[in-house]
Structures are given as structure tokens and as C-alpha cells.
Design a protein around this ligand. Structure first.
Ligand code: FAD
Ligand code: ZN
Length: 470
């Protein structure tokens, strides 16, 4: 039996896609990576995934797990050898159970993030991961990249939100690790090993996730600020004023806000034009377990003090849920607005809050001096020290000239991040995009340990070949 025939026998003829039917799975969300594959397979159960892996191990066929294909580093795109299969988890999207008393939910890896949020809400609970791509990304992809998003400073990233995993190993065995415990010290933490491993150690088929009480009140505002220093100082002020209730603190540069309202004219900045033109904006959100009135009074008091201290220039406080959604829509539309302007050179970095302002000022100036004509697009989760520090072409530069400088731009940005004690990947992972850069910036002992783990867990090298480790 040839390889494709054997694979068809496992998942069924209709779930082995080739040619035009498989095409969209071979390109990443940004259109930066185009791969080839033997086929796109859509198994329907952990057992089918396990049989697929055993068959591929026998025939030395690589497997590229894929969820919503919204990843931003080419991790879910196969290489161009055409020898691997793409394994889509799209059919594995059951909500297996909700345990309200234990504040936990068990879901399959192909569940769309938004569907998990809705299932939690229907049970009167919150599932706290929130990303711009939540309408199409999956729990498996969120776990494999240890996704972050806009509520990390209150609830943690995907790692903190996961209690247990079910994983198909590179040997085609199923690890049943779905226990819903908040304490479990029984040896090495395999769950944390698979989270963030980008499909290079095994295929996640289900997860037990943590739920939280729904907040009683949510307050949102868009702040306009004169300087990046003021934005960082405002973060400290907000932490002191709101404590654990501070849920979101998103930075948006004036250029980003302008780009979003230009690309999507139906979206409006909630400010007079001269305020909207200020260089920095912050979308702040506070969730409270106390009453709406209490939340509003405290919100207005803290923002009022910040205005008196001249930390913020102006604040547009949302007065309704629709208004708050409109403010979030501005923030979440940035990646799409950016995409419409062409491919930019993206840097998903994190830094200690104490050095963010110096980094932004000095790096912006150094980039303009070294690469005249570039435009720096800065936004991100300032509350976590995580910036999306992207370098795009200005009006006088063409796409090819920008990409010709990619290596130089990366070196300039990452050397500064590294020198300041930051990370070259805060929440998107390594994938193909940063694979060659990792050895320069990761501790050599850590990198050696990672290679040892990879060789031990996947000795044939069939799990997402060519990703994360070069
Ligand atoms: P995919 O893109 O399909 O895969 C991503 C990686 O996970 C690949 O390496 C793949 O092989 C692996 N993988 C997928 N499923 C499995 C599985 N079941 N088992 C093992 N490995 C698997 N990310 C953030 O962290 N924060 C953000 O705020 C954020 N905002 C975004 C906004 C937009 C508009 C877009 C397009 C992306 C954004 N992302 C963000 C990036 C992306 O959405 C997340 O990384 C998301 O978690 C990827 O999920 P996915 O299902 O699309 O994974
Ligand atoms: Zn992000």
C-alpha cells in the first residue's frame, strides 16, 4: 500500500485533501510562507491521530499540526519538500465537559477559541484568553504557541490557563493527562513541556482549561498621551489604583490609530482630531467583581488623578457595552490594517517595563538613521511589557527595498532587545521565522537541553520538522 492509501484507510477518503482542496493550508496568515505537502488530513478522534502518527513514523513522513492557521511565524506551514502531511484538528471541536464547581472545562484541540469563551459564558463563567484572532484560532494552536493576548496581566497566558492535556506522542501513543487539578506534584511537568512546543514534540488533542467567575462590571477607556514615558508611568499608576482588577493595558501608537481609521473608515477615534493626532494612546480595561457603580467611581477617580498629574492628555470613557466594543475594535483591527499596507518586518518582543520607553525612543531613532524611509508601527500589550514592534515601508519606499533590509533591521532591533534583558518572542513563538535567530539569543545550555528533549521525545524528527530548532 502506498503512503496516501494507508493514510486514507485511517481517516477516510473524504478527509485526505490534495491539490486545490489543500491549498489554503499551505500558506500562512501573512502570506509570507508557501509550502507543499503530500496531503492535508482531517482526523476526527485522538485514536485516529494516534494511528496517523504510527503510520507516518513507519514511513518516515513528517506531520505538521494545524489549527486555525492564524499563527504569525510560519509554524503551521510545511516546508517546500512536499514530503510532510498537514494534520488539521478542525474536526475535533467537541466541548467534552464543563465542571462549574471546579471552574474547569474540557475541550478538544480543534475548538475555536471564541466557541470556548461562549461555552464558558453559557455556564456563567469566563474563559479568559482573548486574542484578535479568537474567531478562527483554535485551543490546540493557542496551547502550542502559549498564546498571550489582551488579558494576560490579570489572568496569565495560555500556560497559566491550562490544567491538563491529552497528547498524541511522536510514537503514536496517547498521553491521558486531562486531570483538572490545581495542585499536582508528581514528577516532571509534561504539560508545561508540550505547551509552547509548537507541534514539535507531539499533537495536542484535548485540554482541561481553567475558568473564572464572570466579572460583575467592566470599564474601558481610550487614553491619549503625549509621550511613551507617560504611557509607562500611567501603567504604574493604573497598577497602584486598580490592583488585580486591571485587566488590559494596550498601547497604540498615533500612527497605528491613523492607519486603522484610514483603512476602515467606519471606525472612528473617539477624540477631536488634534487629540487623535497625539503620538500615543492606551486602551485600558478594568474588570471588577463589585458593582457597576463602584467600578465606575473608582475608574473615574484614578483617571481623574492621572489627568491632574498630566500623565494623560484626555480619556474617552466607554459609556455602554457597544461603546467599549467599538474601542476594542479599533485595537483589534490593527493587524488587519497593517496587513493591507503590505508585508512588514514584525518583532513580537518583551522587555521589563522599566526600559520600554528608552527602547522605543532609541530604537526608533536608530532605525530611521540606518534605514531611511522605514516607518515604525508600534502597538501591543504594554501591561505585559510586550510590544509588537513592526517595521514597515514609508510612502517613499517599496516593498522589495524593505525586505532587502530584513536581516539588518532584525539585528538592530533584536540586539537592543537582548542587551536590555528582553525576549525576541513574547507570545507568537519561533516557528520558521525566528528559527535561525534563536541560537544567537537563547542561552546555550537551554538550547542544548531543548535539543536533548526533542531527540528523546521525537527521535525520528517527524513532529513539525524544521520548526523552532534549526
Ligand atoms: P496555527 O496557526 O494553526 O498553529 C500555530 C502553531 O501551533 C504551529 O506551530 C502548529 O504546528 C501548532 N499547532 C496547532 N495546533 C496544534 C495541536 N493541536 N497540537 C500541536 N501543535 C499544534 N497571538 C497571541 O499570542 N496574542 C495575540 O494577541 C494574537 N493576536 C493575533 C491577532 C491576529 C489578527 C492574528 C492573525 C494572530 C494573532 N495571534 C496572537 C497569533 C495567533 O492567532 C495565535 O498564535 C494562535 O494561538 C494560533 O492558533 P491557531 O489555531 O491559528 O494555530
Ligand atoms: Zn499580541
Amino acid at each position: 500500500m502506498d503512503a496516501l492509501e494507508a493514510l486514507r484507510a485511517i481517516v477516510g477518503e473524504g478527509h485526505v485533501l490534495t491539490g486545490a482542496d489543500a491549498e489554503s493550508a499551505l500558506v500562512d496568515w501573512r502570506g509570507r510562507y508557501h509550502g507543499r505537502a503530500l496531503a492535508l488530513l482531517r482526523p476526527e478522534s485522538p485514536d485516529e491521530v494516534a494511528r496517523l502518527v504510527r503510520c507516518c513514523a513507519q514511513q518516515r513522513i513528517g506531520l505538521v499540526p494545524q489549527g486555525g492557521n492564524t499563527g504569525l511565524n510560519g509554524g503551521a506551514t510545511p516546508d517546500d519538500s512536499g514530503k510532510a502531511i498537514v494534520v488539521s484538528l478542525a474536526r475535533m471541536k467537541a466541548i467534552r465537559s464543563v465542571d462549574v464547581a471546579n471552574d474547569s472545562i474540557v475541550v478538544e484541540a480543534g475548538c475555536i477559541l471564541q466557541d470556548v469563551q461562549r461555552a464558558a459564558q453559557a455556564a456563567g463563567r469566563l474563559f479568559a484568553l482573548s486574542l484578535g484572532s479568537e474567531g478562527s484560532c483554535t485551543i490546540g494552536g493557542n496551547l502550542a504557541t502559549n498564546a498571550g493576548g489582551t488579558q494576560v496581566l490579570r489572568y496569565g497566558s495560555m500556560r497559566e490557563l491550562c490544567l491538563g492535556l491529552e497528547v498524541v506522542t511522536a510514537q503514536g501513543e496517547i498521553w491521558h493527562g486531562l486531570r483538572a487539578l490545581r495542585k499536582d506534584n508528581t514528577g516532571y511537568d509534561l504539560r508545561d513541556l508540550f505547551i509552547g512546543s509548537e507541534g514539535t514534540l507531539g499533537i495536542i488533542t484535548a485540554a482541561t482549561l481553567k475558568l473564572f467567575p464572570l466579572p460583575a462590571a467592566r470599564m474601558t477607556a481610550l487614553l491619549a498621551l503625549d509621550s511613551i514615558e507617560a504611557a509607562v508611568a500611567m501603567l504604574a499608576q493604573a497598577r497602584a489604583g486598580f490592583g488585580a482588577s486591571l485587566t488590559g493595558f494596550e498601547l497604540i501608537s498615533g500612527d497605528c490609530l491613523r492607519e486603522v481609521t484610514q483603512v476602515f473608515p467606519q471606525l472612528q477615534a473617539p477624540f477631536a482630531p488634534e487629540t487623535a493626532a497625539l503620538p500615543w494612546h492606551v486602551l485600558i480595561e478594568v474588570s471588577d467583581s463589585e458593582s457597576e457603580q463602584h467600578a465606575r467611581e473608582r475608574f473615574e477617580r484614578v483617571l481623574g488623578t492621572a489627568t491632574e498629574k498630566r500623565l494623560i492628555h484626555d480619556a474617552a470613557i466607554a459609556t455602554s457595552i457597544a461603546h467599549s466594543q467599538a474601542l476594542w475594535h479599533l485595537r483589534e483591527s490593527i493587524p488587519l490594517a497593517e496587513k493591507s499596507a503590505g508585508i512588514s518586518i514584525k518583532h513580537d518582543i518583551s522587555l521589563p517595563a522599566s526600559v520600554v520607553a528608552d527602547f522605543v525612543r532609541d530604537t526608533g531613532a536608530a532605525l530611521s538613521a540606518a534605514f531611511p524611509g522605514v516607518r515604525v508601527v508600534v502597538f501591543g500589550h504594554l501591561g505585559d511589557g510586550n510590544l509588537h514592534y513592526n517595521v514597515a515601508r514609508g510612502p517613499l519606499m517599496d516593498q522589495a527595498s524593505l525586505l532587502a533590509h530584513e536581516a539588518g533591521i532584525n539585528a538592530l532591533v533584536y540586539e537592543r532587545v537582548h542587551a536590555l534583558g528582553g525576549s525576541i518572542s513574547a507570545e507568537h513563538g519561533i516557528g520558521q521565522l525566528k528559527r535561525e535567530l534563536l541560537p544567537r539569543y537563547q542561552d546555550p545550555v537551554a538550547l542544548d537541553l531543548m535539543r536533548t528533549l526533542k531527540a528523546a521525545l521525537d527521535p525520528l524528527g517527524i513532529m513539525n520538522p524544521g520548526k523552532l530548532l534549526a
